[in-house]
Design a binder for this molecule. Structure first.
Ligand SMILES: Cc1ncc(COP(=O)(O)O)c(C=O)c1O
Length: 390
């Protein structure tokens, strides 16, 4: 029998990642030194109190049933955290869990869009933003994020006929991959734009705790009117090194939260209870570790940005996220080809910017997942390879 899968899948391409991974494995098999700046998973361990809460809960056989709902104690923990951390007052019915922001963002469009609707997405884009828009069947409109505009959208450049048809707009700061933050005025402008055109704002907040040089990492919901127009995805993955546990929240406008809850109730039976208990431990536990970890990321960021600048690769400073976003060195224009050449000549593996959309071409992304000493060695390898002297 011939198995025919859905045409929908033809949209999803993995080409360059497969090629880069194969090349990296080939290099490693030959005993070559590999500096892996490719992965987007923190190398730091989960904090011990979070692991303990998970393990304790996992001992109880009762906790292996379908959970069906978010535990009240977890919703209360999110509510208290948002007040203590961001000064934002929310009620527990304005929160729902998702199995990671990845899952939630992929599905939220299906709860919001009808055929003919438009979804506004950033370019460069974190890939699941596009997937969410695509799966919802909406038309995708990409707004450009340019370095000359500090990677902020020019809202007045979005054509009025597009804005009028737009159902929701994805926004995220500090933003992976461009590593920029947004000033408070930007959110005021965004909320006014949303109200003018009746566009839902979905803010992806994965990196408010990984932010540099003393800048405050906040929440979209701190801004006046935010809850009227949208929701925020708030992930525990990166702040607490819980990427594998899959826990994130959608917080804000109750109508949007309820729509997502209804949709999710059709395909999910609730989050594993030990995961919910671990989330409570993270949200209620000491915050000192989060700050100490941010300082470690800062040391890595400084090592990479200063290291590359010192060898003649003048990259933009990273303002937030666990990444750096570097314009290609002089003489290069194709990010895929550059990544391949860089890996062959130096063992340094990074992600081509084109993987994030057309506006990503001309850039590469480095993940800050190696200690500063390794980063310094990688910079030396780049310098000695002569690749910057083209
Ligand atoms: C911008 C952004 N949003 C969302 C996610 C996914 O987070 P989660 O682990 O909560 O699915 C990531 C993970 O790298 C990310 O970089």
């Amino acid at each position: 029998m011939e198995i025919k899968t859905a045409k929908r899948l033809e949209h999803f391409k993995t080409g360059i990642f497969t090629a880069l991974n194969e090349k990296r494995d080939e290099l490693a098999a030959k005993g070559g030194k590999v500096y892996n700046f490719f992965v987007g998973t923190p190398d730091f361990p989960v904090f011990p109190h979070i692991k303990q809460a998970f393990l304790d809960a996992a001992k109880d056989p009762e906790n292996y049933h379908y959970s069906l709902h978010d535990l009240p104690e977890m919703l209360e923990a999110v509510k208290d955290y948002y007040f203590e951390r961001f000064g934002v007052e929310i009620s527990t019915d304005e929160i729902t869990s998702v199995n990671g922001s990845q899952e939630g963002i992929a599905h939220i469009g299906m709860a919001l869009c009808d055929p003919g609707d438009v979804v506004l997405l950033p370019d460069p884009g974190y890939p699941v933003f596009e997937v969410g828009g695509y799966l919802s069947g909406a038309e995708l409109y990409f707004y450009d994020l340019k370095e000359e505009n500090d990677f902020l959208p020019k809202l007045d450049e979005i054509p009025e006929e597009v804005a009028l048809k737009a159902k929701y707009m994805m926004v995220s700061y500090p933003y992976n991959p461009v590593c920029a933050v947004a000033p408070p005025e930007f959110y005021d402008e965004l909320i006014a734009f949303a109200k003018k055109y009746n566009i839902i704002i979905i803010h992806d907040n994965a990196y408010s705790d990984i932010i540099y040089d003393g800048v405050y990492g906040g929440s979209f919901l701190e801004h006046e009117g935010a809850k009227d127009v949208g929701v925020e995805f708030f992930s525990l993955s990166k702040s607490f090194n819980m990427t594998g546990l899959r826990v994130s929240f959608v917080i804000g406008n109750k109508k949007i939260v309820d729509a997502l809850k209804l949709l999710r109730s059709q395909y999910d039976f609730g989050m594993f209870i030990p995961t919910q208990k671990a989330a409570v431990a993270a949200l209620r536990g000491p915050k000192k570790m989060v700050k100490e970890q941010c300082a470690m990321y800062q040391a890595r960021k400084d090592a990479l940005v200063n290291g590359l600048r010192s060898i003649g690769w003048d990259i933009r400073d990273t303002q937030g996220t666990m990444f750096a976003w570097a314009a290609l060195p002089k003489g290069y224009t194709d990010s895929n080809a550059f990544c391949m050449e860089l890996m062959e000549k130096t063992g340094v593996v990074c992600t081509p910017g084109s993987a994030f959309g057309k506006m990503g071409e001309g850039y590469v992304r480095f993940a800050l997942v190696l200690p500063p000493e390794e980063i310094e060695k990688a910079c030396r390898a780049i310098d000695e390879s002569g690749i910057l002297k083209k």
